[in-house]
Ligand binder design. Structure first.
Ligand code: PEP
Ligand code: MG
Length: 755
């Protein structure tokens, strides 16, 4: 049933549009006819089309209803007025009372003051805003969701005319920047560290859809069906590839992703769009545009990740439909720097890894699947590099300095030279670290420090071999939970832990029980909306309140150990009683094993993280109960300084090398030594050579860090006169300074410690 406003149905309108677009006359004449047609069909007094011009200015190109003299005269900047707002946010607006909207900008030449309601949608082509399509009514009309959708469909069809180079000279640059073609430095966030130089390859091959309006929806539905089948088989083949099927979590990530390919809601929306008169590829594109528009509103990180996966699938399906399947393997340059809006893990794996040097994305977060996979494969990524897609051209030279979260487009020769030097120095350092692999981490005066790895993916386990580390000091089990779409049962967990222990061989592995909550959310678990999530219902607090989860994890670890050595560590312990309660659960599981005659781990070591200051004040009691401690300085410092560890604004405010921190950490180490309980430190500071030097100076003999840090920390240790450092630090710790960083740097410089 057509709505009461007198719609003639979008399919009919699309047909008429097609006739006009294919008809005679100049592009301008056709656009004039089109706005008339839309206004009539939508029972709107006004229909206007704004086109994006150089300098990111939206120019009124055609109108039915506004004053004709405003055409080619009215111009709005990106973000200016409601039209600019629609373009800037790439999202539709439907307002019954447009003039009361804070962004309303009145343009007298248009005569639009008499129109109260407004509905507008962006015209998007090749992922960019090409213009805005608007209808207006005199009355305060409440446009329906269906009407917005129809206008979006029309805008998609119009994109062809607007972006097709007939309305404006195709050589007119869209970029605002007069310096287009010049070098740029873009800042983002570091999602996976490293340095790389290469040629820009745009990830999305900018597929051009040539046919928008369908003759027969049944034919299009058939094309969709075969494309979906083709896409599913390609995903299956990817899952079966040897490096993926052996890759543990890599496989889980892809399987989650494969699930989306079965998603009825998504395919249903595409079918609906086909029924409205679009071709299959135009329908997929429409769903992709809608998804992007919705994405810009969503802040929940988990949901955003799922939408990114979905976007990835949309693209994949589009490629199957248009036959543009090749990721241009043949045309790929030797050194590829991939540039993408966002990317799913499967897409990254499509590229030839031997050529892939780095990835730069407009979006992305550290917990995104693609970041987890890239880190495991050692591919540097800079995420949230805003504007990179606008500025880059395929083939441009790009320098990616992911360590410092920056990207240089078309860099000058000096920048390239200096980066090539850095890359060479880095490679030389890697060779040096590799040569030290089997050398002990021993100070010049003979103290040996145990260096261990922080890990979270099965693929990380190969780093034991690469670095020569003593063991895994922190295995973050929650990462495996985070990359799955459903809760892994005891069987799945047992298999995972067994594979980790198998790969570790004789190296000890310290499994940390689930540390979720705060910024680590599980898709299938209801998290509390605490006001301060870092201090909320998280980690062991969840484990003790929902003992089934913790019990199953412990059961799986015990089964995986199958009589071998097992180290279990509890996170976020705040009082001794919580450790006791957790230990009770372990004891009950051991008892269960004995009853069933299954092997119990030997030895079984239980410990806690020290992440909450309150626990650091109960050490004498705690140390009587535990087999080991590991200081989680990331959390301990955030609670000590009352400073959100993720806040960029506060990240430099307090220093991890302040005398207060070092006194507290020294105290923990001293208590451990006195009680004969080994103490490790596994927060980020352990992996920074200067911090590691200070830690060893105040008594730490075991550190756990990311694999890339093992080499630099070992080099530091092998040049460190420890006894001299100890006496140097003795008096310094009592100071009231903001930080001892300068003092420690001076020591290192004077005593030849390599940092
Ligand atoms: C820490 O808090 O220091 C720690 C190692 O744990 P995570 O970073 O996983 O919170
Ligand atoms: Mg922590």
């Amino acid at each position: 049933m057509p709505p009461a406003t007198g719609w003639t149905g979008s399919r009919q309108l699309l047909r008429r549009l097609r006739n006009v677009m294919a008809g005679a006359g100049t592009a301008q004449q056709r656009l004039d006819q089109i706005v008339r047609l839309i206004a009539g069909d939508m029972v709107a007094e006004v229909c206007s089309c704004y086109v994006m011009r150089a300098g990111e200015v939206l120019e009124l190109f055609a109108t039915e209803g506004l004053k004709p003299e405003a055409v080619h005269k009215t111009r709005l900047g990106l973000g200016e007025g409601l039209v600019g707002d629609i373009a800037a946010h790439m999202r539709p607006l439907a307002l019954a009372d447009a003039q009361s909207h804070p962004n309303f900008a009145y343009r007298p030449e248009t005569g639009e003051e008499i129109y109260h309601s407004l509905m507008g949608v962006p015209i998007i082509g090749a992922g960019r805003v090409r213009g805005v399509l608007v209808v207006q009514n005199r009355t305060q009309r409440n446009y329906t969701e269906e009407e917005v959708e129809t206008l979006e469909t029309i805008a998609m069809v119009l994109a062809e005319l607007v972006a097709g180079g007939q309305l404006i000279d195709p050589s007119e640059p869209l970029a605002a920047d007069p310096a287009a073609g010049h070098q740029f430095r873009i800042e983002g966030v570091r999602l996976s560290g490293g340095l790389a130089i290469g040629s820009a390859v745009l990830h999305q091959p900018r597929i051009t859809i040539t046919r928008m309006i369908a003759e027969d929806p049944q034919v299009e539905l058939g094309r969709l069906r075969s494309a979906v089948t083709g896409m599913r088989s390609a995903l299956d083949a990817m899952l079966a590839a040897p490096d993926v099927s052996a890759g543990g979590e890599l496989r889980d990530v892809l399987e989650t992703y494969r699930m989306f390919a079965e998603d009825r809601g998504w395919l249903g929306r595409i079918r609906e769009a086909i029924q409205s008169g679009l071709t299959a590829e135009a329908a997929v594109q429409k769903v992709l545009n809608d998804t992007r528009a919705r994405m810009s509103q969503i802040t929940d990180p988990y949901l955003r990740e799922r939408l990114l996966d979905l976007e990835d699938l949309n693209n994949r399906l589009l490629q199957h439909l248009t036959g543009t399947m090749a990721t241009a393997e043949t045309a790929l340059p030797e050194d590829v720097v991939l540039i993408a809006r966002s990317m799913g893990p499967a897409e990254l794996l499509d590229y030839d890894r031997a050529r892939l040097r780095a990835l730069v994305m407009e979006e992305g977060s550290g917990t995104s699947h693609v970041a987890i996979v890239a880190r495991a494969l050692d591919i540097p990524i800079v995420g949230r590099a805003r504007g990179v897609l606008e500025k880059v051209e395929p083939g441009d030279r790009v320098v990616v300095d992911a360590d410092n979260a920056q990207v240089f487009l078309r860099p000058s020769d000096e920048i390239v030279d200096s980066f090539e030097q850095s890359v060479r120095a880095r490679e030389a350092a890697q060779r040096h670290y590799a040569a030290l692999r089997d050398q002990p981490a021993e100070t010049v005066d003979g103290t040996v420090v145990s260096l261990n790895l922080n890990a979270g993916l099965l693929i990380d386990m190969s780093n034991l071999d690469v670095t020569g580390a003593d063991g895994v000091g922190l295995y973050r089990t929650e990462i495996a939970f985070m990359v799955r779409s459903e809760y892994p049962d005891v069987k799945v967990q047992t298999e995972l832990y067994r594979r980790i222990l198998d790969r570790a061989g004789n190296h000890p592995v310290t499994f940390r029980t689930l540390d979720v909550g705060a910024d680590k959310k599980l898709p299938y678990f209801e998290h509390e909306d605490d006001e301060n999530p870092a201090m909320g219902w998280r980690s062991l607090r969840i484990g003790l309140d929902r003992p089934a989860i913790l019990r199953q994890q412990i059961r799986a670890m015990i089964a995986a150990a199958a009589g071998r050595r097992l180290r279990i560590m509890f996170p976020m312990v705040t009082e001794v009683a919580e450790f006791d309660a957790a230990r009770e659960l372990v004891n009950a599981e051991l008892e269960r094993c004995r009853r069933h005659g299954s092997p119990v781990p030997a030895p079984l070591e239980l410990g806690t993280m020290v992440e909450v200051p309150a626990l650091a004040l109960q050490l004498p009691h705690l140390l009587k109960r535990v087999d080991f401690l590991s200081v989680g300085s990331n959390d301990l410092l955030q609670f000590l300084f009352a400073t959100d560890r993720g806040s960029p604004r506060l990240s430099e405010r307090y220093d991890s090398l302040s005398p207060v921190v070092l006194r507290l950490l020294a105290d923990i180490a001293r208590h451990g030594e006195k009680a004969g309980v080994p103490v490790t430190l596994c927060g980020e500071m352990a992996g920074r050579p200067l911090e590691a030097m200070a830690l060893v100076g105040i008594g730490y003999r075991s550190l756990s860090m990311a694999a890339v840090s093992v080499g630099p920390v070992k080099v530091m240790l092998r040049s460190l006169p420890l006894v001299a450092l100890q006496s140097y630090l003795a008096s310094a710790l009592d100071r009231a300074d903001h930080s001892l960083r300068g003092v420690l740097q001076a020591f290192a410089r004077d005593r030849g410690v390599i940092l």
